[in-house]
Design a binder for this molecule. Structure first.
Ligand SMILES: Nc1ncnc2c1ncn2[C@@H]1O[C@H](COP(=O)(O)OP(=O)(O)O)[C@@H](O)[C@H]1O
Ligand SMILES: [Mg+2]
Length: 383
C-alpha cells in the first residue's frame, strides 16, 4: 500500500496514529461525557477542536456505549439550516443499522418523513430535504431532541461553531436550545467554538441561558516536546528525519498553532527522500513554496478590505503580535489615520476573523498570511 503523508491537513479525522497527544484534553472530555456533564470547548480556529472531538468519539469507551453526532454550524445562518443539518447527521448515522432504527426515527421525527429517501441500490436511507421545506423548524427541533432521548443508546451531540446559533434571525434560539438541553437525561453535549469573546459570553455571563451549565475546556497548543516526538517518529518511520532546531523554531514562530504546523510538516515530508533531514533551510523553502501557492488568494483577500483595514492588517503583521493598537505610538509608527479609524477597522477585522485577539495582543489569524504580509510590506520573512 502507498504510504500516506502522515501530517494530515484536512479536517477529517483519520486515526489515533496521526493524532498527536491531547491525552489530558481527551480524558477531560471523555470523563465529562461519562459523568453526565456537558462541555464547552473553546480555542482559536484551526487549533484542533474538531479533531479532538472526533478523537474522543473514537475512544472505545465512547464508541461502544454512545451514539455520537457531530454538527458544524459554521456555514449555517438559520434555525432551519441547523435543524436540517442535525436531521441529516442522524439519518447518516442510521446507515447500516437496519430498518428498526430507521422506523424509530421516522415515527419520532415526523416532520422530516417526507425528506427521507431510500437508495434503491444500497437500501440505505438519506435525508434529502431542502431548507425551504422545513415548515416549522422549532417543531422539528423538538422532535429531534425527543429522538435523541429515546433512540436506545445514550447520545453525545457535538455542536461545532455553536456561537453561530446566536446570530440566527429567528430570535433567541440559544434560550430555546437551553430548555431542550436542560431536559435531556441521556444525551450529553459538547459545544465548541472559536469566537472566544462570543463563546465566553454565551457560557460565562450570568444573564445568558447557558450560564454555568457546562464544564469549560480551553484548548491551547499541543505540548511542544510531545509534538516534536510525534513529528520525529513519523519522519523516522519513512527513513527521514527532522532536526530539533528546525521543529522548535517552526513551533515557536507559529506558537504551536496546529494546522499551520501540520501544513509545513506535510510540505517538508512530501519533498524529502529517504535519508533526508528536514532542517531550517528546508523549512524556509517549504514556507516560500506555500506562500507562492497561496499568493493569489492573499491578494484577493486584501482586495476585499477597505484601505484602513488593509493598513491595520499590515501593521499588525509587521509586529507579529501587536499590542495597544489604538495608542498614538502604534498609530504613528505605522502611519495610520487615527485611533478611532483603527478601532473601527479592528472591529471589522475581528468580526471577520481576519485578526485574533489573545489577552491584549492581536495577530493575523491566518499565520501564513501574516508571514506573507511581512514578506511583502516589511523586511521579509524567515524562520
Ligand atoms: N492532535 C492533533 N494531531 C495532529 N493533527 C491535528 C491534531 N489536532 C488537529 N490536527 C489537525 O490540525 C488541523 C486543524 O484542526 P481542527 O480540529 O480542524 O481545528 P479547529 O476545529 O479548532 O478549527 C486539522 O488539519 C487537523 O487534522
Ligand atoms: Mg472545527
Amino acid at each position: 500500500m502507498r504510504q500516506i503523508n502522515p501530517f494530515i491537513i484536512s479536517s477529517e479525522y483519520i486515526s489515533q496514529e496521526y493524532f498527536c497527544d491531547r491525552t489530558f484534553e481527551t480524558k477531560v472530555l471523555v470523563d465529562n461525557i461519562l459523568n453526565g456533564r456537558n462541555s464547552v470547548l473553546i480555542s482559536i480556529r484551526r487549533m484542533g477542536k474538531s479533531g479532538l472531538i472526533n478523537h474522543c468519539f473514537n475512544q472505545k469507551v465512547i464508541s461502544d456505549n454512545f451514539n455520537t453526532f457531530f454538527i458544524d454550524l459554521y456555514s449555517t445562518s438559520s434555525l432551519s439550516e441547523m435543524v436540517t443539518l442535525m436531521g441529516r447527521e442522524i439519518v447518516d448515522s442510521l446507515k447500516g443499522k437496519g430498518e428498526k432504527m430507521l422506523d424509530k426515527f421516522v415515527s419520532t421525527v415526523k416532520s422530516l418523513v417526507t425528506g427521507i429517501t431510500i437508495d434503491p441500490v444500497t437500501g440505505q436511507p438519506a435525508l434529502n430535504i431542502s431548507i425551504g421545506n422545513i415548515q416549522q423548524p422549532e417543531q422539528t427541533l423538538q422532535e429531534i431532541f425527543e429522538y435523541l432521548e429515546t433512540s436506545g443508546k445514550p447520545c453525545v451531540v457535538a455542536i461545532d461553531e455553536f456561537q453561530q446559533a446566536s446570530e440566527y434571525p429567528e430570535g433567541n434560539i440559544i434560550a430555546l436550545l437551553r430548555t431542550y438541553v436542560q431536559k435531556c437525561k441521556q444525551t450529553q453535549f459538547i459545544f465548541a467554538g472559536s469566537k472566544r469573546r462570543m463563546m465566553d459570553k454565551l457560557f460565562n455571563n450570568p444573564s445568558e441561558p447557558f450560564y454555568m451549565s457546562c464544564a469549560n475546556l480551553f484548548l491551547e497548543a499541543i505540548d511542544r516536546d510531545e509534538y516534536f516526538k510525534f513529528a520525529a517518529a513519523h519522519f523516522n518511520k519513512a527513513g527521514k528525519s527532522i532536526s530539533a532546531e528546525c521543529f522548535y523554531r517552526m513551533y515557536d514562530a507559529l506558537e504551536g498553532h496546529t494546522w499551520f504546523i501540520q501544513r509545513l510538516l506535510n510540505e517538508m515530508y512530501a519533498t524529502m527522500g529517504e535519508g533526508d533531514t528536514a532542517d531550517i533551510n528546508l523549512l524556509n523553502a517549504a514556507m516560500q513554496h506555500i506562500l507562492k501557492l497561496d499568493k493569489r488568494s492573499y491578494e484577493e483577500t486584501l482586495q476585499r478590505l477597505t484601505s484602513p483595514q488593509k493598513q491595520l492588517l499590515i501593521a499588525i503583521a509587521k509586529e507579529i503580535k501587536a499590542k495597544e493598537i489604538t495608542s498614538s505610538g502604534f498609530v504613528h509608527r505605522h502611519g495610520l489615520k487615527s485611533a478611532s479609524s483603527v478601532q473601527n477597522a479592528a472591529n471589522t477585522l475581528y468580526e471577520n476573523e481576519m485578526i485574533t485577539r489573545e489577552g491584549d495582543e492581536y495577530f493575523v489569524t491566518n499565520r501564513f498570511l501574516g508571514f506573507w504580509l511581512k514578506e511583502r510590506y516589511d523586511i521579509g520573512f524567515k524562520f
